[in-house]
Structures are given as structure tokens and as C-alpha cells.
Design a binder for this molecule. Structure first.
Ligand code: ADP
Ligand code: MG
Length: 694
């Protein structure tokens, strides 16, 4: 999709450089510019007398220069004092050229736009936009509010405004209204063209506060349409999957029943009510002759893996293969170990496949997939490389879904469809997704929720401490380890880079080793080979290591019940959900567990709010809900990681109340096979998305 676009180049002023910048903004067609909405607006439609200015206000002003001086106190700056009949104002420039300085001479009249602040000499504007006016000249004011667009470096606001002007003139009239008028009228929302014209160029007197909140009917109109487009696209995907032939796998098959009871008998615990209910949902789906598409949501530690394993045994008993995919090598390795431990005594062959396998091992794994001797394959994305063929793949289990995009997941599903029936898919996530959000984000999936944790878990006590109390924390780790406990010390990456991945953990480990000479310390980070990682993990599980210093590679899934203390450095830098995931690594065993969040003072308000949420609750659903409220879903779910990446207008928290309308309209459009469905998809999701294409 992100290739050269002749259409974009057809816009006045767009050459290769501008095109590249537009692509970076996600704009590959002129039409896309219409759906790049302003972040805010400026009111440049009227002059404010100097005497009426207030700090914090952005305003257009006019005045005559009284004095202009270079001041050397503090930072060298050019101070230009202007006045009108009502008052005075200082313009302050820290960067200025000689030419500029000369042009700003006493007696010159200026028109400026900027933000007013309280300065040492009264109100001032720092680096305002300005232009010189000839004596007697009166420059026209804007007749619309001025939009300020999100942009990238090298693409100035006035350029984007010019481009949107062109597109508004050219494309607006070609857009058809895809929503039923009865619905939009009922919701009090304007027609599409009106909404677009308004949000791009609001008239004088428009309610800036309402626009700023994103709740203006014109904005809501667009949000509704966008949510609808995504929802429709996902539903189509689902419908298509429904239409494909699937493999019916009734759990009532005697062989399946036997295999599963042998499995559960050996487990050493019985399934919780939530696990049983999720499994019942899955069994019902698997028995159908079309593909299951189910999401199992459950907080960290609720035991999703057992549920997946039971489902896998059903498919295996039916003589088919199962693929279990995890987002990281570490997590995939852990699943491999778990499944081997559980399945090999049952005579089920588990095969490992990851990107880091040597050529020969990989060839062996591929052969085992092709001849069917591999009954369960565990791995990373490598499970779905195009050169890998399965003999009979009937079930795909994707763990920690939020790490994969919707489309990435669907691509994987295509694997099984190639020549046989479409495999069932079971997606597991520990990111609890509120219902309204799930409905829109995962409209292609049915959902089962596991609400309870296995019995006997003790809630983790969470405390937040400033970095300056680090020594106390180190002492606490020492005491805990001496008394037989194990601990994690997590050093999040400050910057995203492979190189830094090791740097984040290694110096900390070295410093801790010095401070705690009698404690056995291991390090684990993403730059290590999988064999090295595995060795360290094994040593930690076996209790040979007492303290594991790690980057966030241990974030999801890692399960070491004997670890009961976790320290997270730079906690203020991490998001709520991520902190909750990390914290979920402790509190899995018999001992009461503690999670210490180390932070750097002073804490920003948002960071303080996040840490407070974690102190207050252990419930992943509540954490997720608060996270949504604090940050908005795009960030919570990770824009890169959800398939619903670019929600351009809608905010699924703010606009959640539109969800019922989205469903209603979707039903209507689908029932009448309306061409609007395709139009909406083209408009909002783009032409390059083959999964939406019919
Ligand atoms: P998650 O849902 O986070 O993936 P896991 O599947 O890793 O959780 O399970 C966490 C731990 O709880 C594992 O050690 C698992 O064996 C254990 N477990 C799972 N179900 C139960 C249960 N019903 N009773 C006791 N322990 C359980
Ligand atoms: Mg898990």
C-alpha cells in the first residue's frame, strides 16, 4: 500500500519529498487527506486589543513598535515592545538575524499571532508568527478557524492546509453518504460532506471547546463512520470464514474423551469454573463443521494454557495437527516445555519450530509437519512461513493476541485454507478488553472470559518507591533471597533499539552483583541466543539462580511459581497494562508476593495516576479499564500491534456510546447487501487491504 502514488503526485506542490512525508502520515491517496483531521484549531478571525489579552490565550494582535532592544540578561534575546490604543505587549525572540532585527524598527506596524504569557516585563509572546504592515494597510483576517494538522517533520502546516484545500475542492463532492439518513438524523449527526467541510474549515463562531473535546456532531459523524467501516470489515472476514468448509471435531469422540481425561487426571489440579466454561465454549465451536474463531480473555495467571491444551488434544485425537504460536521466542519456548511435559507422557509428539533453528533441525521440523508425525507444533511466526506445509492442520492457537495484528493473524489462518478446510482458531489474550471495544476491535471473534484465578493465589502487594530509596530495595532483595525466595529485577528499555536491549539489563546486573556478592544472579535479555536464554531460565526455574535481572522480555507468559518479589525500574516509563503483565510474573506460588515500582521523581501526573492504579488493584480488568480511561485504546493495545492500527478519528473510549448504532447500521447494510459496505471499506481502510476485499 505504501508505494508511489500517481494520484498524490497529481496534487499541486507534491513532489517525491512531499509524497514520502505524506506516506509517513499514512496518506497514500488524495482522499486520505480528508480523513486526516485537525488536532486543534486556532482562531485567527479577529483582532484582540492588547489591553484585553490574557495569559495562555492565543490571539491575533496588531500594534506599532515603540522600542526594539537586544537584552543580555539571562539568554540573549531581542525584545520588541509594541503598543496600541489599549495597551502594550513585548515580543521576545531568542533566535533572530540581523536583517530581522533591522526590520523590526520603532514605528513599524506589525500583525502577530502567538500565545500570550506572563513575562518579566508584563505580557509577552515568544517567537510569534508575524508580518509587517505598510502604513495604512489592513491585512485581511481569516474567515474560517485555522486548522492545525498532525504532521511530520518537513511538512509545514500551510502546505497541509493547501493540500486539504485542493482535496476539499476536488474530492468532497464525489463522496457519497454511506449511512442511512434515518440513523444519522436520529443521532442528530450531519451528512458526511457537511461534516468534513466543517471539521476542516470551521466557520467563525464555531464552538472551539466542543471541537476540542472531539464531541462535535461533525466529528461524531466521522467517528461513527470509521467505527462502522472497521466493524464491517471484520464481520466480512468472519462471514467469509464461516462460509469455508471447516473440520468438525466433536469432543465426544471416544478417543478424544480418553485422551483428555488422561490429561486432566495427571494435572494435579482441577480446572476452575472459568476454565471449564471457556472449554465448553470451545468444544461447542470445534464440533461445528466450520472454523471456530474464538478469543479467550483472562487475566495473567488465570490458566489459559491448560484450556488451550485440552482443545489441542481434541484435534489431535481426531488425527489432526495443532499449531501453537507465541509472539516471542522466550514465551514460545516456555510453551514448548509445558506442552512437552504435559503431552509426551500421553504419547503425543511435540515439535519445536522457531526462526533461530539451525538448517537441519528446521528441515526435520518441516518434514514432521508435512508427514503428520508432528502432532503439535510450537513456535513463533516461523510456524507460518510460506515454505512450511502441514499435513492436516485443524487448530491454530495464538497466544497473547495483542502482540499480533488482526491481519497478521488472518494471514496465518490462510495457511490452513490452502487446499483443505480452514483450521479452527483459538486466540488467547491477557489484555482484558472492555465489551464495547471488543465488539469493534474483535468483531471477527467470539469471546470467552475467564474471570477467576486458580484457588490459593495471594494478591501481589504493590508499592511505589522513588529511585533514591534504591539501596533499601536492594537490601530487601538480599533479605528475600537469603530467606529462600526468588526475585525478578526488571530494567525496561529506555529507548527502542536492539543494541540497548542488553545494555538495559547488564549494567544493572553488574551493579547488583557487586552489592549482593552472596546472591546468585542471572541476566536475560532479547539479545541473547535462545539457548543462552533457555539456560538462564532453566537455572532460575530450578532455583539455581536467586535473582533474575531482565529486560521486558519476561513480560508475558513467563511462569515461575517460586518467584515472589519483583522490582521494576523506571516504572514511570511503562504503561499500565505492561506493568500489570510484568507484575503477573509473581504471585503465582504459595508465598505472598511483593512488586516494587521504582520511579524517578518528580512524577508526572499521568505516571502518578498509573502507579496509583497498580497500588490499588490486582484485577486486570480494572487495570485495563483505568488504562483506557487514562490513555485511550490506541495506546493501550499498542497501535503497531493491533490490526485496528490507524483509527483516524474515532476514540473507542470517547465514542463507545456509538457502538450500538454501529451494530445496528452494520446489520442493516449487510442485510441489504448495500454497496456502501465496500465504499466505507475503501474510504477508511484503504484499497491495499486484501483481507477486507471481497
Ligand atoms: P496464563 O493464563 O497467564 O497464560 P498459565 O496458563 O501460564 O496462565 O497458568 C498459570 C499457572 O497456573 C500455571 O503454573 C498453571 O499450571 C497453573 N494453573 C492453571 N490452571 C490451574 C488450576 N485450575 N488450578 C491450579 N493451578 C492452575
Ligand atoms: Mg499465558
Amino acid at each position: 500500500m505504501q508505494s508511489s502514488s500517481p494520484e498524490l503526485r497529481a496534487l499541486r506542490g507534491v513532489g517525491p519529498a512531499a509524497e514520502e512525508r505524506l506516506l509517513r502520515l499514512g496518506i497514500s491517496r488524495p482522499l486520505d487527506l480528508l480523513f486526516l483531521l485537525p488536532q486543534r484549531y486556532e482562531d485567527r478571525t479577529r483582532l484582540t486589543p492588547l489591553g484585553a489579552l490574557r495569559p495562555g490565550q492565543r490571539a491575533v494582535i496588531e500594534g506599532v513598535i515603540a522600542v526594539a532592544d537586544v537584552a543580555y540578561r539571562g539568554r540573549r534575546s531581542l525584545l520588541v515592545r509594541i503598543s496600541d490604543r489599549t495597551g502594550q505587549l513585548t515580543l521576545r525572540f531568542f533566535h533572530f538575524s540581523r536583517i530581522q532585527q533591522n526590520s523590526l524598527a520603532a514605528g513599524t506596524r506589525l500583525r502577530c499571532y502567538g500565545e500570550v504569557r506572563q513575562g518579566p516585563l508584563g505580557f509577552e509572546m515568544v517567537h510569534p508568527e508575524y508580518r509587517l504592515l505598510q502604513p495604512g494597510q489592513s491585512a485581511p483576517l481569516e474567515d474560517r478557524l485555522t486548522p492545525v494538522y498532525p504532521t511530520v517533520e518537513g511538512l509545514a502546516q500551510f502546505r497541509i492546509r493547501d493540500l486539504t484545500d485542493q482535496v476539499l475542492n476536488r474530492c468532497l463532492d464525489t463522496l457519497t453518504d454511506a449511512l442511512p439518513t434515518a440513523e444519522t438524523e436520529r443521532l442528530g449527526l450531519p451528512p458526511l460532506r457537511e461534516a468534513l467541510a466543517y471539521v476542516h474549515r470551521p466557520p467563525i463562531g464555531a464552538d472551539l471547546q466542543l471541537l476540542g473535546s472531539g464531541l462535535h456532531p461533525c466529528q461524531r459523524r466521522l467517528a461513527l463512520e470509521e467505527m462502522l467501516a472497521h466493524h464491517l470489515s471484520l464481520r466480512q472476514i468472519r462471514e467469509r470464514a464461516r462460509g469455508d468448509q471447516g473440520i468438525a471435531l466433536p469432543a465426544t469422540l471416544p478417543a478424544a474423551d480418553t485422551l483428555r481425561s488422561r490429561f486432566t487426571q495427571r494435572l494435579g489440579f482441577s480446572l476452575t469454573g472459568g476454565q471449564q466454561a471457556a472449554l465448553a465454549d470451545i468444544d461447542a465451536d470445534l464440533a461445528q463443521p466450520h472454523a471456530m474463531m474464538r478469543l479467550v480473555q483472562g487475566d495473567v495467571g488465570c490458566g489459559k494454557t491448560v484450556v488451550a491444551a485440552a482443545a489441542a488434544l481434541t484435534a489431535i485425537a481426531h488425527g489432526h495437527q495443532v499449531a501453537v504460536m507465541a509472539p516471542t521466542e522466550l514465551l514460545a519456548e516456555q510453551h514448548r516445555n509445558t506442552f512437552q511435559r504435559w503431552f509426551e507422557p500421553l504419547g503425543v509428539k511435540v515439535v519445536w519450530l522457531s526462526g533461530s533453528l539451525r538448517k537441519r533441525a528446521r528441515a526435520q521440523a518441516h518434514a514432521a509437519a508435512a508427514d503428520g508425525s508432528a502432532q503439535l507444533l510450537v513456535g513463533t511466526h516461523a510456524l507460518f512461513q510460506s515454505d512450511l506445509a502441514y499435513r492436516s492442520l485443524a487448530l491454530v492457537i495464538v497466544d497473547e493476541q495483542h502482540r499480533f495484528g488482526v491481519h497478521q493473524r488472518l494471514q496465518l489462518m490462510d495457511k490452513g485454507v490452502r487446499d483443505a478446510a480452514r483450521p479452527h482458531q483459538l486466540v488467547m489474550t491477557a489484555t482484558p478488553i472492555p465489551r464495547t471495544l471488543a465488539m469493534t476491535l474483535y468483531a471477527d471473534l467470539d469471546t470467552s472470559v475467564i474471570r477467576e484465578l486458580p484457588p490459593g493465589r495471594k494478591p501481589v502487594t504493590t508499592i511505589a518507591l522513588p529511585e533514591r530509596r534504591r539501596a533499601e530495595v536492594v537490601a530487601r532483595v538480599r533479605d528475600a533471597c537469603r530467606s529462600g525466595a526468588q526475585a525478578y529485577w526488571v530494567c525496561p528499555l529506555i529507548e527502542e533499539s536492539d543494541h540497548l536491549e542488553s545494555q538495559a539489563a547488564e549494567p544493572t546486573a553488574a551493579a547488583l552483583a557487586e552489592a549482593l556478592p552472596d546472591i546468585r544472579i542471572g541476566v536475560i535479555h532479547g539479545r541473547m541466543s535462545s539457548t543462552d536464554k533457555e539456560q538462564v531460565m532453566k537455572a532460575f526455574v530450578a532455583g539455581e539462580l536467586q535473582l533474575l535481572v531482565a529486560t521486558t522480555v519476561i513480560e508475558v507468559g513467563v511462569d515461575v511459581p517460586s518467584a515472589s518479589l519483583m522490582i521494576i525500574e523506571n516504572a514511570e516509563r511503562l504503561g499500565l497494562s505492561q506493568l500489570h503483565q510484568l507484575r503477573g510474573r509473581v504471585g503465582r506460588g504459595q508465598d505472598a508476593s511483593i512488586c516494587v515500582l521504582l520511579y524517578h521523581s518528580p512524577l508526572a501526573e499521568m505516571a502518578r495516576a498509573r502507579l496509583e492504579v497498580l497500588r490499588a488493584t490486582n484485577d486486570g480488568f480494572e487495570v485495563a479499564q483505568r488504562d483506557l480511561e487514562l490513555r485511550g485504546p490506541g495506546e493501550v493495545l499498542g497501535t503497531r500491534q493491533t490490526g485496528l492500527t490507524q483509527l483516524r478519528v474515532a476514540d473507542l473510549v470517547r465514542d463507545a456510546d456509538l457502538a450500538p448504532a454501529v451494530q445496528r447500521i452494520a446489520r442493516e447494510l449487510l442485510a441489504t447487501a448495500s454497496p456502501a459496505v465496500e465504499e466505507l471499506r475503501q474510504r477508511w481502510i484503504g484499497a491495499g487491504d486484501r483481507y477486507g476485499a471481497v
